[in-house]
Structure formats: C-alpha cells, structure tokens
Design a binder for this molecule. Structure first.
Ligand SMILES: Nc1ncnc2c1ncn2[C@@H]1O[C@H](COP(=O)(O)OP(=O)(O)OP(=O)(O)O)[C@@H](O)[C@H]1O
Length: 601
C-alpha cells in the first residue's frame, strides 16, 4: 500500500496559499494523490486531496495559524493510515488516530499543532502465544499469534492481506514488546520478510474480504422497539436521526452496551467543546452489563477535539471504520457508532467552501452522498480472507436542524442505510423512551431476519410482528379521528384497537434505559406481545357480542399488562399467571353479560 519507496529522499514542495485548513503548494509534481505530507516548521499533518500539474491542494489536519507562504511541504510517501495491533482496545484517539490519552497526559486539553506520537505504544509488553508454527504455509489474514488484549478480548495477530509464504520463524510464547516482529516468512521469491506485530493500513481503502454474507442474523440490541419492530442485521446499517435532546446519545450508549458485538468503535463528532469531554468522561464509566467489567475493555473511542480543524473530523469516520474492519478480520462482530454524522457532514461543507467548490443543497458539496455511501458501504457480514465469519454493523446518529428529516444529510443517509430509527420530538416530550417513532421508522432487514427469530425465539415471530404493526398503523388513523371528534363517537371495535395500541406503546415499546428493564431479550418482548395480542383477540370477540369496552378494560389484570416488562424473560410462570387472570376476567365479563341478557336486562 506504500505510495513510494520510503528509502528515497522525501519530496519537498512550497506553500503558496493558506486558507484555514486548506492550503495550496507548488513544486508538488513528484508527490502522490492522497499522500500524507508535513507542512511548515511545525510539521503539521496534511493530506493531498487535489493535484494539478505542479500544484497540489492539501487539507491540513491541524491548526494552520502562523503558517506562512514559501514554507516547506515534505512528503511521507504514505497515504493516511492507521496502526493495527494489540493496545488499540480501551484507547481514545483523535480523528487522525493520535492517542488522546497519552496526548492529554502530555499536552493537556489543547494539543499543540505538529504533535506526533505513535498510535500504539511500542514499549508495552504483551503475553503472546503463537498459533502458527515454523514451516506453515500462510496466506493473508491467517492468525499467527494471540494476545489477551483485555479480559474481554483476545487480539489475533494476523498476516497482512495479500501476503503469502512459508513461516521460517515464529514468536515464542512469552512476554514481548508490541514493537517487535511476530514472524518471519519466506515469500514466493525466496526473500525472508519480517511481519511486525503492529501493521499499517490506509484508512480510505476498505480491507479485503472473501465473500459477503446475507444479512440474515440479527444484531440483537435488547431494545424491544428495535428487535421487535425494526431489527438490525449483523453487518447492517442503521441511522438514528433526531432533533436536539431526543435521545440519540442514550440510544447509542444502549447499543454500545447491549448490542450483539464483541468490539465497539465509537466516533464522537461533537460541535461544542464539552461534547467531546462528555464522551471521554461518560464512556470510561460505562459498564459492560454482561461481564460487569468496564465497557472500555472492548471499546475504542475516536473523539474529535473541539480545537482540531474540521479536516480531522472528516477523516475520523475512515479511521474508525478501518479499525472496525481489522477486528472483523479476526472473526469478531464489530459495531461502529458515529455520533453525529451531521457534524461530520458539516466538516465536509466547511472544507468544500474553503476549496471554493460549487455548493449543492444547503451548502453541502455535491459529493456528500458519495462520501456517505463510502462510509456505510463498508458495513457487512463477511467471510474474511482467512475464512472466518465477521461483521461490521454501522449505526450513525444524525442531528437534523430543527428535527427536519427532509434536510440533505438525513435524506441522503436514508439512501444508504436499511434501518431507520427516527426519533420523535413529541414522544421525547411526553417522556416516551426510547422515542423511536413507530410510524416513521423502518427496517428492510425485518423480512430476512424473521426466519432467525422464528427458529430461535418463537415460530409465530413474523406473524406477531405483522399484527402489532397493523394495530399501530390502524391506531394512527383512529387517533386522527379522535383528535377531530373525540373518542366517544368511535365504535367499540375501534376503541379496542386504540386501547390495544396503548398497551403496546406503554407495555412494550417504552423501555427505560436506566432501570432493570434496560436489556430485554427478544423472548421477553415476544411474551409481552403475545399476552397483549391474546387479550386483544379475546376482547374483540366480546366486543363483537356487543359487550361494552368499558367492562372489558376495567380490571386489575388488564392494568397489569403494562407492568409485564418488569418480569424476567424466563419468568414463564409470571406470564402464564397474568394470562390466566385475564382469561378469568374476560370469561366473567362474558358470563355476566349472558346472565343479564337471559334475565332480560
Ligand atoms: N431510553 C431512554 N430511557 C430513559 N431516558 C431516556 C432515554 N432516551 C433518552 N432519555 C432521556 O433524554 C435525555 C436526552 O437524551 P440524549 O442526551 O441521548 O439526547 P440527544 O438526542 O443525544 O441530545 P443532543 O441533541 O443534545 O445530542 C437523557 O438525558 C435522558 O434523560
């Protein structure tokens, strides 16, 4: 992936023009498109984004204040790359992969321009166990050795993609520095090549895989509205658009904590300075609920510091997704969350303005959709080049100004994602959490995932899901009528639909992230819905026999439906007990009615 031979003397050019994070330089004929360069005496990091003869346009990832024309631009011979190896998990990086934890320690909250530091600490010792042995023939992606990176994750040190040869030396079991080699391999030309533990990969190039798999396994989140109505597949794409304070961050945290992934990559793109501090403060205290250990033991954070120029924010999502693909290649399920992609798109807009490009809608560049596609298209469940199954699921929050889902970032994002969890301001105002709208949201995976849920949860999964959606859609129309003429004029069958929808909303869709209901396994959600639907079917029979809805609703057993979520998923006796009480109540109502009719009342 090298752009040129590093042993050559670096190319040099001259700054001609500075416009914030965008500069133009001359004498650049020898440089390569997308090459990383160091600019000026502070050696600010930049990337060539346009070449025109002898001139190049460079986006600089650091503050260009004080930079002057005629200062030097020096090539590095490399595209923008990340380091891959043990030591990534639990770290905080900035958008271009500089480790914030060690920078914060060294430089404080405001990192000086030109500060360079390795992404992975070379000196750190790891207990490494070889997996391959001398004489093995290896190809790209083969696991050579393993290190217990954190109590929650084994790091697999692999051969780089595209590699082939015979192992002539393998690291012995024991404690080794991350900066060393893991193996030596004789390649097809008989040359002995060392494979380092820490490898590099250019962030804008997707890592290769063997085959894409169908998205037919769910990314179980433990959030009922998602798993039950708008499920995400492993390797799928989702977006969470929502206005200010509607619950994007809480939802992303829930997915990070409970989502079906061994590795979480969280990209915080904040506008306000304190948003980044929030991310850096909130994440380390989050607990992995399944193991009781810190969530950071399977998480990497990428936070864009408020004092970093927009270009670094633009790069952050590529840095994040490359790290995700690396762990996918080890055979892990990885979830990547970007909060919020609107701030990332604003970075694109600002850069485009500086480049004096002709703006498209609302000032965003015309290539906004293709950039969004580049990000979301790197999601997927795949067979890796070494034959393992791994996945990268991508979940992007969007913050549309004023909660308007027709603005360009939300609209274009919708073209590339298959799961849309729209947050509704009215629900958030009514403190219905998660405020995921059941009318605006959709999942294009639901059909493909039904089979998995039918096999692994209950054979009636698809049927129940369909009926619940119908009731909610019907209720939507009924609510419009109620708004106009009130509930009293509605026929009882419609009032029952509205009541069942109320039970679904309050007993199933609402889920408090901060209590014991924070994680709801699919089986529990299914049990709740089946109790609600059983009640609905029996109640509808009574309504058809002209039994007033007021009698049907009026019982403690019916009220108790909205408390079913307090039961544990495997509390079969608890669910059956309520089923029994509802049944007794409805039978009693029917019997009383029959007695009254016989008695001529
Ligand atoms: N699932 C939930 N359960 C309980 N409370 C919730 C839930 N979702 C959101 N909230 C409440 O809503 C508040 C705002 O949520 P959050 O900070 O996630 O919104 P946001 O959309 O990220 O806001 P911003 O636009 O400022 O980034 C939270 O502090 C919390 O009180």
């Amino acid at each position: 992936m090298e752009l040129k031979n590093n042993s050559q003397a670096p190319h040099r050019g001259t700054v001609e023009f500075v416009n914030g994070p965008v500069i133009r330089a001359s004498g650049m004929r020898e440089f390569a498109m997308r090459e990383v360069v160091k600019v000026g005496p502070k050696r600010l990091m930049g990337e060539i984004i346009k070449m025109d003869g002898d001139e190049a346009t460079i986006q600089v990832y650091e503050d260009t204040d004080g930079l002057r024309v005629y200062e030097e631009v020096v090539g590095t011979g490399e595209p923008l790359s990340v380091e891959l190896g043990p030591g990534l998990i639990g770290s905080f990086f900035d958008g271009i992969g500089r480790p914030l934890d060690s920078l914060l320690e060294r430089e404080g909250m405001y990192i000086s321009p030109g500060t360079s530091v390795n992404m992975i600490n070379r000196e750190r010792l790891w207990e490494i166990t070889p997996v391959a042995k001398t004489g093995d023939l290896v190809t790209g992606g083969v696991v050579l050795a393993e290190a217990q990176e954190t109590p929650l994750l084994v790091h697999k040190i692999m051969t780089p993609p595209g590699f082939e040869g015979e192992i002539t030396w393998i690291i012995p079991a024991g404690r080794h520095h991350a900066g060393g080699d893991v193996a030596k391999v004789k390649d097809a030309f008989g040359r002995e090549v060392s494979i380092p533990i820490i490898q590099r990969w250019p962030v804008r190039t997707p890592r290769p895989y063997r085959e894409r798999l169908l998205p037919n396994e769910p990314f179980v989140t433990g959030q009922r509205v998602i798993d039950g109505l708008f499920p995400l597949a492993k390797g799928g794409t989702a977006c969470i658009p929502g206005g200010f304070g509607t619950g994007k961050t809480v939802t992303q945290h829930q997915l990070a904590k409970w989502g079906d992934a061994q590795v979480v990559i969280y990209i915080g793109c904040g506008e306000r300075g304190n948003e980044m501090t929030d991310v850096l403060e909130q994440f380390p205290v989050l607990e992995d609920p399944r193991s009781g250990r810190p969530l950071m033991e399977r998480t990497i954070l990428i936070a864009n510091t408020s004092n970093m120029p927009v270009a670094a924010r633009e790069a952050s999502i590529y840095t994040g997704i490359t790290l995700a693909e690396y762990f996918r290649d080890m055979g892990y399920d990885v979830a990547i969350m970007a909060d919020s992609t609107s701030r990332w798109a604003e970075a694109l807009r600002e850069l485009s303005g500086r480049l004096e490009e002709i703006p498209a809608e609302e000032g965003f560049p015309a290539y906004l959709p293709s950039r969004l596609a580049e990000f979301y298209e790197r999601a997927g469940r795949v067979v890796t080049i070494s034959g393992e199954n791994g996945s990268v699921s991508v979940i992007g929050a969007v913050s549309p100004p004023g909660g308007d889902f027709t603005e360009p970032v939300t609209r274009h994002t919708k073209r590339f994602i298959r799961c849309f969890w729209g947050l509704d301001k009215n629900l958030a105002n009514a403190r219905h959490y998660p405020a995921i709208s059941w009318t605006d949201s959709y999942s294009e995976y639901a059909g493909e995932l039904d089979e998995w849920f039918c096999t692994n949860v209950d054979p009636r999964w698809g049927e129940v899901r369909g009926e619940v959606r119908n009731i909610l859609a019907e209720d939507n129309k009924i609510q419009q009528v109620i708004k106009l003429v009130g509930e009293d004029v509605l026929p009882d069958d419609q009032r029952l639909i509205a009541f069942t929808a109320f039970l679904i909303k309050n007993g199933y869709l609402q889920q408090n992230s901060f209590g014991s209901d924070s994680y709801s396994p699919p089986l529990k959600g299914f049990e709740i819905l089946s109790v609600i639907l059983e009640f609905h079917h029996k109640a509808m029979e009574l309504v058809r026999k002209d039994i007033p809805i007021s009698l049907i609703k009026d019982d403690e057993s019916v009220d108790a439906i909205t408390h079913l979520r307090e039961l544990a998923a495997d509390d079969r006796a608890g669910f059956d007990n309520l089923r029994g009480r509802i049944d007794t109540h409805l039978k009693r109502v029917a019997a009383e009615r029959t007695r009254k009719i016989r008695g001529g009342e």
